[in-house]
Design a protein around this ligand. Structure first.
Ligand SMILES: NC(=O)c1ccc[n+]([C@@H]2O[C@H](COP(=O)([O-])OP(=O)(O)OC[C@H]3O[C@@H](n4cnc5c(N)ncnc54)[C@H](O)[C@@H]3O)[C@@H](O)[C@H]2O)c1
Ligand SMILES: O=C(O)CC[C@@H](O)C(=O)O
Length: 526
């Protein structure tokens, strides 16, 4: 696995990547043109916030399987482009949040107490505090926009200063507000009117871009202080500068001025503005965390394992991931069999989770089933990222249902694959902690331990058929590992599932198909 890194990451991260077996090139001074030329040689790309990972780059990146964002925000990465191509995007959402929250508090205090201005005077050998009286935090109200990871860390820290905390975040539930001891404001305008200090911690999205602008400053409390340690563009800079000039805004602390990574923002010219060059995550601790985490994530994704922080996959907590993992193997197995037995286009996939599995977050298991289903027939890359998009693009309707109980099993996954003329059904379970078993195909019952090479056939349920199968497989030098027969006695039909030690040649399959009483027989590779 060949990994390109275009922006600095911690030495510990580089070492981790090498330990994981990657060949790593760190090229932090490539021009855009050079990047577009070399990207075709790489399986993975690791970036921070400056490298634009977009359509232009994807078109050249023919080997690219993983994009690693060494940090949190992914607004420099075209997610749809990645998803369409089955490229996994991973990030490190938790690794730098404490550092970002602490810089927020730093900027907030620095701007409320004019620390940089006083510092500059004194460094210039001028002992003068005049005109730079600060504001105490105790008893004041801070308005937080976006009560996610960083917003809530900021809230808990500011509480210890004796501040009242109010927040605007329509996507956070009441319990979280309550647990954090934060008062909800339903409207942004109400928060603006009340806050002595405003701090924003939303991601940059279509909805949040420019969400604090002229209108919002018009209704703001006079003398409000404004902090942005999240993303440039969330606060409209022109409107902010106007509000500073009109003395609506008393001071500003900004880590993400417009124009980054160039120092071009007009805010830099104003005295009551404290700025840092996107340094929120720039601590030894955060960078070590980010570096090691992104190395692990990228290596896991390249090996085809589940990376817990895949941005374009359903996210699972580490504990959820460990309970779901074995079902991913079961799901892929169940999905993979259909197109190796049937040649009919799929119209609908019904997935039914029963028993213990119904308690889990099953979205990833459904993706595993779809990945398994399409893999044998599609030349394009199918993976967890694009499996559901492929289903949608092919007009396959996918439904999921759950039942808390099931007869005979503790846990059962059934996949019904509906085509124009029939419904194919397959079910599987987990025995013990991690044993995948196929227990039903088209109403025939089994207890099959799936293996890489299998033969699945249907026959008339009469003496001699199975014996002849064994003989002909012997002639074809295929060693049978296990064999099970499911019967529908009333129909005088049976289905046999054999596992073998090797592949079965087309010639042997044709001989098997010629046995009297054999209705069909297929070689299945898992
Ligand atoms: N300065 C830095 O170096 C630095 C470091 C890390 C993260 N960040 C940035 O900080 C921001 C917050 O990161 P996080 O990890 O806390 O993110 P998060 O996803 O945990 O939280 C974001 C919160 O914003 C809320 N939100 C979304 N749209 C909203 C809207 N229209 N109105 C109000 N709330 C809305 C969400 O509900 C969520 O609770 C991101 O922009 C991230 O990129 C900056
Ligand atoms: O330091 C960086 O790369 C950016 C950090 C931060 O903005 C993030 O989104 O994680």
């Amino acid at each position: 696995m060949h990994v390109l890194i275009t922006e600095p990451i911690a030495q510990k991260g580089l070492e981790k990547l090498v330990q994981e077996g990657a060949k790593v090139d760190v090229k932090t001074d490539l021009s855009r043109k050079e990047l577009l030329e070399v990207i075709r040689d790489y399986d993975a790309l690791i970036v921070r916030s400056n490298t634009k990972v977009n359509e232009e780059l994807y078109q050249k990146a023919t080997r690219l399987k993983v994009v690693g964002r060494a940090g949190n925000g992914v607004d420099n990465i075209d997610m749809d482009g990645a998803t369409n191509r089955g490229i996994i995007v991973v990030n490190t959402p938790e690794s730098n949040v404490v550092s970002a929250a602490e810089l927020t508090i730093g900027l907030l205090i620095a701007s409320c107490r004019n620390i940089p201005q006083l510092h500059t005077r004194l460094k210039g050998k001028v002992w003068d505090r005049s005109g730079l009286k600060g504001m105490e935090l105790q008893g004041k109200t801070v308005g937080i926009v976006g009560l996610g990871r960083i917003g809530s860390l900021v809230a808990t820290r500011l509480k210890s200063f004796g501040m009242k905390i109010v927040a605007y975040d329509p996507y956070v539930n009441e319990t979280r507000f309550k647990n954090l001891g934060v008062e909800r404001r339903e409207k942004l305008e109400d928060l603006m009117a009340e806050a002595d200090i405003l701090t924003i911690h939303t991601p940059k999205t279509k909805e949040t871009y420019g969400m604090i602008g002229k209108e919002q400053f018009k209704g703001a409390k006079k003398g409000i202080r404004v902090i942005n340690c999240a993303r440039a563009g969330l606060i409209n800079e022109e409107a902010l500068i106007e509000a500073i000039k009109e003395k609506i805004v008393a001071s500003v602390g900004i880590d993400v001025p417009d124009g980054e990574p160039q120092a071009t923002s007009p805010l830099l010219e104003l005295d009551n503005v404290v700025v840092t060059p996107h340094a929120g995550a720039d601590t030894v601790e955060a960078q070590d965390n980010v570096g090691v985490t992104i190395a692990q994530e990228v290596a896991a994704a390249l090996r085809g394992e589940m990376a817990p922080n895949s941005v374009n996959l359903p996210t699972l907590q580490a504990q959820e991931l460990s309970s779901v993992k074995i079902y991913l193997k079961l799901g892929e197995t169940l999905g993979k069999i259909y197109y190796q037995l049937e040649k009919e286009a799929v119209e609908k996939v019904e997935i039914i989770y029963r028993g213990e599995v119904a308690e889990l977050e099953t979205s990833m298991i459904s993706l595993a089933i779809l990945k398994g289903l399409f893999e044998p027939v599609l030349k394009e890359r199918v993976n967890y990222v694009n499996a559901s998009l492929i289903a949608k693009n092919r007009g396959v309707v996918v439904t999921e249902s759950k039942e808390s109980t099931v007869d005979n099993y503790l846990t059962l996954v059934t996949v019904k694959i509906i085509s124009k003329n029939k419904t194919f059904s397959i079910s599987g379970t987990i025995f013990g902690k991690a044993e995948v078993r196929i227990v039903e195909i088209n109403g025939y019952e089994f207890d099959v331990h799936p293996a890489p090479y299998m033969l699945i056939g249907e026959n008339i349920d009469k003496p001699g058929v199975i014996g002849q199968m064994g003989t002909l497989l012997g002639v074809g030098k295929v060693n049978i590992a296990t064999m099970q027969v499911g019967r529908k006695i009333s129909d005088k039909r049976a289905m046999m599932v054999l596992t073998a030690d090797s592949e079965v040649s087309q010639e042997t399959l044709e001989f098997l198909g010629g046995i009297e009483g054999i209705l069909r027989v297929h070689f299945v590779k898992l």
